[in-house]
Design a protein around this ligand. Structure first.
Ligand code: IVH
Length: 706
C-alpha cells in the first residue's frame, strides 16, 4: 500500500495528527467529536435521505474512529459509531426487531485491501498461504437494504435496516413494488425465510420521477438512492405505489431449520427459482486475479448499467467457511465491499450562480454544459464557498472536472487551465445577497458569507418567520411552517410586521382550503394576544445570528427599552465608540456576537422592517425586579479597578440582587462608581462628570445583607 493509500485506509484527515501521536486526552476528545459527527451524517443519510458528505469522506471518519479505538481500547465510548449501523428508525412507522441483525460491510479501496482481506481469511481459517478461496462477486447496488419475511412461502413482513437491530415496518409499501414476490414459487422454501436485498430506483425511472416532481412543484431528489429511500419510506403506501421502485435479493436472515444450500452461489440460484429478482452480473471468482477482473469489468460497465452501483461486494462462497468466519463488530468477516472511485467528467462552466439557503448562507453553484457522469446527466455542481472559487480560480467559460460521488451533489474539483479561453475573467463573489440585496458578510474564521437581511430576505423568510412566531419568541399558536410557506407564496406575509396586518385578510384566509371561519378567527386572536411583548422576547424573535434567549435577556436588561437598545446598536457600529465599549462590556457578549448585532442593525432592510414592526406591536420596557429597601435599587453602577475581597462577577451579582444595573462604562447617567485598586480612566471620568465614587470598603458596607 502506498503511503497515501495507507493514510486513506486509516481515515486520516489531511492535517490531522497521526493516530500514533495522539495523547489519550486528545484521543478521547476526538472520539467524542467523531461520535457526534458520524451520528449527524447517519441521521442525514438514513432518516432524512439527504447526505451532507461524500461516502468517501464518511468512510474516512469511520476509519479514523476505528484506528483511534484500536489504539485506545479503553477509550471506546458507549455510543461508539463503530457499534452502530445506520440510524435508529424515524418515528411514524411501527418498529420491527430483526431476528438476525442487519449488518454493514467493511470497505476495500484498493487491490491491496482485497488481497489483505483474502490473507486475513486464510489466517483465520488456518489455510495454506496459497489456498484458493472462491468468492462470489456481486454489484453493490446503491439503494437501501430491506428485509423480507416469508412464512410458508407467503410474504408477511418487510422492514428497513434502521439501526441494524430495529427497522421500520414497510410491509404495505413493499407490496406495491411491480413484480414483488408476495408468494414464493418452487420447492424447498423454508417455513420461515427472511430474504434480504436492496430496493433501488433505475436511472431512467429516477430522471422521469424528478421531471414529474418538478412539474408538480414537489421536491426533486438528489440521486436515485435518495429517491428510492424517500419513496419506500412513505407513510402512505399509495404514494409508494406511484414511485418506480425495483428490487434485487442477495442475502438471508432468519431461516427455519438448517439452510439447504452450501454456497452463496447455490443460494442465488434458489432465490431465482423462488421468484426473486437477482442481479445478473453476479459471478463466482476462483482467485484474487479473477476477482479483480470482475471488479474492472463492472467498473467499465458501470455507466451503461440501468441502475447505480457504488462498488462490488465479495462474499466467501462456501457457507461452512462463512459460519466459521463469523463477524467482527458489525460486519461479517466473510464479506467486503470493494468501492469504486468517485465518477468524474469534464465539462464547461456556463455561469456561476450564488444561491441563498434558509439560514442566509450564500453558496456558489456552477451551471454546467450538461454532461453524463455514470449514466446521470449533470448540469450543476457545487463550488462550496467563496474561498473554494478563489483557490481553484474557477471562471465562467472554464473547462472543469466534476465529480459525482454516490450520494452527494456533484462538485467541481479541478479547473483544466490549458483549456481556458482568453476572454475569461476572475469571478468576484457578490457582497450583496442576490435574493434581497442586503449586505452579505463574512465573519472572521468562517468560510461562509451570510446575508444579513434576515427580516426581509425571501430565501430566509420561512425560517425567520417560523422562529419569529415560535414558542420562545412571539409564541403565536396555529401558524406552522406549512402555513407560513403558503402565506408567503401568496404574498400574505413577507416581513414580521405583515403578520399583524393579517386581520385585514381574515376573510380570505377563512376561505382557504383547510381553514374556515373558526380557525381563521382563532389565528387572529392568537396574533392579537401577542401585540404586546417583552423586550427580551422581541429581541430574541428577530433571529439575529448568535442571539439566543439568554443573550436577548442580557440585552433587554442592559438597555431597558427598545429605543435605547436599537439606538445603541446603531451607535456601536464605530469600533471606538462609547456604545461599542458599552455593548462589549456586557458580560456574556463577545466581539463576534457584537459584530452580528451591529451588522443586523446596520442593514437598512432590517431597519425598515423593524420600524414597520414597531408600529404594530408594543414592546414593554424591561422592568428590573424591584428591590425596595436598597440604596442601590434602580441605580446604574460601574465597577472599575481590582476588588480585593470579591471577584468582579460576585460584586456584579450582588449589585444586581440589590436592584442595580451594572454598566461597563461611565456616563452622565451613571449613579455610582465603585473604585478598586489601580483604577484608571473610568474613575477619572466619574470625578470629572461629578458622579459619586466609593471605595471597596464602602461598597462592602453598602452591599452587605443583599
Ligand atoms: S450483502 C452481511 N450484497 O451494502 C452482508 N449488500 O455496506 C450483508 N448492498 O447494507 C450485505 N448490494 O445495503 C450485500 N450485493 C449486495 C449488496 C449489498 C448493496 C448494500 C446493503 C448493505 C450495504 C453494506
Amino acid at each position: 500500500m502506498s503511503a497515501r493509500e495507507k493514510g486513506r485506509a486509516d481515515g486520516k484527515k489531511e492535517g490531522a495528527k497521526p493516530v500514533e501521536e495522539l495523547t489519550p486526552l486528545e484521543a478521547a476528545a476526538e472520539l467524542a467529536h467523531l461520535a457526534s459527527e458520524i451520528a449527524r451524517h447517519d441521521k442525514a443519510y438514513h432518516q432524512k435521505d439527504a447526505p451532507v458528505v461524500t461516502d468517501a469522506a464518511y468512510d474516512a471518519l469511520k476509519r479514523r474512529n476505528a484506528a483511534i479505538e484500536a489504539r485506545f481500547p479503553h477509550l471506546v465510548r458507549a455510543d461508539s459509531p463503530a457499534g452502530k449501523v445506520g440510524a435508529a428508525p424515524a418515528t411514524g412507522f411501527a418498529k420491527v426487531a430483526h431476528a438476525v441483525p442487519m449488518l454493514s460491510l467493511g470497505n476495500a479501496f484498493s487491490d491491496q485491501d482485497v488481497a489483505d482481506f483474502l490473507d486475513g481469511i486464510r489466517r483465520f481459517l488456518k489455510l495454506a498461504p496459497e489456498a484458493s478461496i472462491e468468492l462470489m462477486a456481486e454489484p453493490k447496488i446503491d439503494g437501501l437494504s430491506v428485509s423480507l419475511r416469508y412464512e410458508q412461502g407467503r410474504f408477511v413482513q418487510g422492514a428497513t435496516r434502521g439501526d441494524g437491530e430495529t427497522g421500520e415496518d414497510i410491509t404495505r409499501n413493499l407490496r406495491t413494488l411491480p413484480g414483488f414476490p408476495a408468494e414464493l414459487k418452487g420447492r424447498g422454501v423454508p417455513e420461515i425465510l427472511e430474504v434480504r436485498g436492496e430496493v433501488y430506483m433505475k436511472k431512467a425511472d429516477f430522471l422521469a420521477l424528478n421531471a414529474r416532481q418538478e412539474q408538480a412543484g414537489e421536491k426533486v431528489f438528489a440521486n436515485p438512492r435518495n429517491a428510492a429511500a424517500g419513496s419506500v419510506r412513505q407513510l402512505d403506501s399509495k404514494v409508494t405505489a406511484r414511485r418506480p421502485l425495483s428490487l434485487f435479493a442477495y442475502a438471508w436472515g432468519e431461516v427455519s431449520g438448517e439452510p439447504a444450500w452450501t454456497t452463496q452461489e447455490e443460494f442465488h440460484r434458489r432465490l431465482e427459482t423462488w421468484g426473486f429478482p437477482v442481479n445478473p452480473d453476479a459471478r463466482v471468482c476462483k482467485d484474487l486475479a479473477a476477482t479483480l477482473a470482475v471488479y474492472c469489468a463492472l467498473d467499465a460497465k458501470r455507466a451503461q448499467l440501468p441502475y447505480e452501483i457504488d462498488g462490488v461486494v465479495y462474499k466467501v462462497n462456501r457457507l461452512d467457511w462463512q459460519r466459521r468466519l463469523g463477524f467482527v463488530s458489525r460486519a461479517p468477516r466473510w464479506a467486503i465491499a470493494h468501492k469504486f472511485p468517485a465518477e468524474r467528467a469534464m465539462t464547461i462552466v456556463r455561469e456561476i450562480k450564488v444561491q441563498v439557503g434558509r439560514t442566509g448562507v450564500l453558496t456558489p453553484v456552477a451551471e454546467l454544459e450538461p454532461v453524463g457522469v455514470g449514466g446521470v446527466t449533470v448540469a450543476r455542481a457545487t463550488l462550496h464557498n467563496e474561498d473554494y472559487i478563489t483557490e481553484k480560480d474557477v471562471r465562467v467559460g472554464d473547462t472543469v472536472v466534476i465529480q459525482r460521488a454516490g450520494d452527494v451533489i456533484p462538485q467541481v474539483i479541478e479547473v483544466v487551465k490549458d483549456k481556458r479561453p482568453k476572454s475569461t475573467r476572475i469571478f468576484h463573489f457578490p457582497e450583496r445577497c442576490p435574493e434581497c440585496g442586503s449586505h452579505a458578510v463574512r465573519e472572521e474564521g468562517e468560510a461562509a458569507r451570510r446575508c444579513t437581511g434576515g427580516l426581509v430576505c425571501p430565501a430566509q423568510g420561512v425560517e425567520r418567520l417560523r422562529h419569529f412566531v415560535g414558542r420562545d419568541a412571539f409564541d403565536i399558536e396555529g401558524l406552522g411552517e406549512k402555513h407560513i410557506e403558503a402565506f408567503r407564496k401568496e404574498g400574505l406575509i413577507q416581513t414580521p410586521a405583515d403578520l399583524f396586518r393579517l386581520r385585514r385578510r381574515e376573510a380570505e384566509i377563512a376561505a382557504r382550503e383547510g381553514w374556515g371561519g373558526k380557525s381563521a378567527a382563532n389565528l387572529m386572536a392568537a396574533i392579537e394576544a401577542r401585540r404586546s411583548i417583552s423586550l427580551a422576547r422581541f429581541v430574541y424573535a428577530l433571529g439575529i445570528p448568535q442571539v439566543g434567549q439568554a443573550t436577548a435577556k442580557l440585552l433587554a436588561k442592559h438597555y431597558g427599552t427598545l429605543e435605547a437598545w436599537w439606538k445603541a446598536m446603531q451607535g456601536a457600529a464605530e469600533a471606538d465608540s462609547e456604545a461599542y465599549r458599552d455593548l462589549t462590556a456586557i458580560e456574556g457578549i463577545g466581539p463576534a456576537m457584537a459584530a452580528d448585532l451591529i451588522e443586523f442593525a446596520a442593514e437598512k432592510h432590517n431597519r425598515a422592517a423593524l420600524a414597520e414592526l414597531a408600529k404594530e406591536v408594543m414592546v414593554e420596557d424591561f422592568v428590573a425586579p424591584k428591590v425596595v429597601d436598597s440604596p442601590l435599587a434602580g441605580k446604574t453602577v460601574v465597577f472599575t479597578g481590582t476588588l480585593a475581597r470579591m471577584s468582579r462577577g460576585e460584586a456584579k451579582a450582588r449589585a444586581e440582587a440589590l436592584g442595580a444595573k451594572v454598566a461597563g462604562t461611565v456616563s452622565a447617567r451613571t449613579d455610582l462608581v465603585i473604585v478598586g485598586a489601580d483604577a484608571g480612566t473610568k474613575a477619572k471620568k466619574a470625578r470629572a462628570l461629578g458622579v459619586k465614587t466609593i471605595d471597596e470598603d464602602e461598597w462592602g458596607r453598602m452591599s452587605k445583607g443583599g
